[in-house]
Design a protein around this ligand. Sequence first.
Ligand SMILES: CC(C)(COP(=O)(O)OP(=O)(O)OC[C@H]1O[C@@H](n2cnc3c(N)ncnc32)[C@H](O)[C@@H]1OP(=O)(O)O)[C@@H](O)C(=O)NCCC(=O)NCCS
Length: 209
Amino acid sequence: MLPTVIGKLAMMREVLVDDIQQVWEWENDPDMGLYLNADPGKRMSMDEVRRRFQQYRTDPTSGLFIICTLDKLSIGMLGFDRLYRDIGTCRLFIGIGPERYRGRGYGTDGLRLVLRYFFRDMGVHKVQLSVYDFNTRAMASYRKCGFDVESVRRNIAYVNGGWCDSIEMAVTLDRFAELEPVWEAEWAQAGTEGGTLEASGSQRFSPPA
Ligand SMILES: CC(C)(COP(=O)(O)OP(=O)(O)OC[C@H]1O[C@@H](n2cnc3c(N)ncnc32)[C@H](O)[C@@H]1OP(=O)(O)O)[C@@H](O)C(=O)NCCC(=O)NCCS
């Protein structure tokens, strides 16, 4: 089971069965299709969303966090897969659904919280992701979370009349360890200390040890 963690803007919690309809809507949103798959026309069936939900709940190498505001409004998702404890790596994707919640720091805060979970609690030493070169906001957010470019896959997709590249980015445990004190200070200032709720819906609040 994934923890529920609270930052200065975002609360991250495990996906619940009640989220399936919302996840389906995000998966079929043209903007999300563009940013996540370089394909605004990409569609995902409800059966596939349900299949993935089951996988997230049963396969420990993958999972899905729902990104919420501090007053528990669901605004996006952060998924991961290939979490291999023996080699200590995993891959993730992130997407905030409503445009009005993008560019306001929720994704960056949520991503930092989940990075701390991977590095501190899951023994991961490197987290990887891919981003299309036209997605400058996402790349800026990833850099704010410590990610650096590792490689570029050229002309990976044809979108909006031109070829785009896939930028492969990663953040290591060493880099995380440098940045974490700054993030912790921000969470402390916000009064949440990046704390963990024992379970979704619980009112109990316990800051990390
Ligand atoms: C990518 C995403 C997770 C980033 O999270 P976010 O909380 O919106 O990011 P932030 O608000 O912290 O912005 C990060 C930086 O991007 C830059 N930025 C903000 N809005 C921007 C915009 N419209 N265009 C370009 N850069 C922008 C800023 O430099 C900002 O840092 P600053 O606020 O310190 O100046 C979120 O925007 C999102 O989900 N977008 C749609 C889906 C998507 O692109 N997913 C990623 C697929 S790889």
